[in-house]
Ligand binder design. Structure first.
Ligand code: NAD
Length: 246
């Protein structure tokens, strides 16, 4: 690990434009389970309730489950040392942005400023009638399904199965993949399309790739450095190696 850590730190020091790409794994140590694999959410819960067609037909039932999982449970989570470490890297000028597949807002809560939410965010509700977005507040989900002032159905502003990636997130991510000379991939299986193409695109254009994950993933064969371990430990060690404070 130490040799790999030293190589990863050297790559970050030399990078002109480093971008992080995070998946569910970065939030596991905050208490949010990943979707796939052993202990994953989909091994216990049928994901049909966040399929867009089902949601539109059964909004009250979908919303009861969405509220229980994504707001009552995940909403209690706090950022961990990996989220704080990425914010520290950005503040030190070592990281340009974080592209995250997560919808949990934990990068922003840790202080990251340039966050591209590839799949949207649970922090916002979107009116399917008038298109207005509103921030979730204490009373937002008092009555289910929640309604906009115009009477329209509100939906969490993250993508459901059957929906496309928001155009702006897609464009900004492609831009990062084109400009970055280093990608730091943390806690992503690399199985979710089209998100998993972003680091591959960057790698094909010549960017170096550092991966942090306790288990090998689809990214491991193309990684220049694989820091095998949980995100909090690996990011904290990397921060220390660079002489920064978390
Ligand atoms: P995934 O569920 O497919 O894979 C999670 C990855 O995290 C695995 O490779 C696993 O080995 C790794 N991992 C587990 N513990 C870790 C740790 N402590 N440190 C670092 N890595 C760890 O996740 P995915 O590739 O992100 O795809 C699932 C999709 O579901 C994502 O696109 C995301 O939108 C969504 N999701 C979001 C959240 C969230 O917002 N926190 C949670 C679950 C799923």
């Amino acid at each position: 690990m130490n040799e790999a850590l030293a190589r990863a730190a050297a790559l970050l020091r030399e990078a002109r434009h480093a971008t992080a790409f995070t998946g569910a794994g970065v939030s596991v140590e905050s208490g949010i389970p990943p979707f796939r694999g052993p202990g994953g959410l989909w091994s216990r819960v049928d994901p049909a309730f966040i399929e867009i067609g089902y949601f539109l037909e059964h909004p009250a039932e979908s919303w009861r489950r969405i509220k229980g999982i994504f707001y009552d449970h995940f909403g209690q989570a706090q950022p961990n040392a990996a989220h704080f470490g990425l914010a520290a890297l950005e503040a030190a000028g070592r990281l340009r942005s974080v592209i995250t597949q997560n919808i949990d807002d934990l990068h922003q809560q840790a202080g990251s400023r340039e966050v591209i939410e590839f799949h949207g965010s649970s922090r916002w509700l979107l009116c399917l009638e008038c298109g207005r977005r509103e921030a979730v507040h204490a009373g937002s989900l008092a009555a289910l399904p929640p309604r906009c002032g115009c009477g329209g159905l509100l939906k969490p502003d993250f993508i459901f199965f059957g929906e496309g990636i928001p155009e702006k997130s897609l464009q900004r991510s492609y831009q990062e993949a084109a400009q970055a000379d280093l990608f730091l991939v943390i806690g992503s299986s690399g199985e979710v399309q089209p998100a998993c193409q972003i680091p591959v695109l960057a790698r094909n254009r010549g960017a170096k790739l550092i991966e942090i994950n306790p288990h090998p993933s689809h990214f491991t064969p193309i990684a220049d450095v694989f820091l095998q371990g949980p995100a909090t430990k690996a990011v904290s060690e990397l921060i220390k190696e660079l002489g920064l404070r978390n």
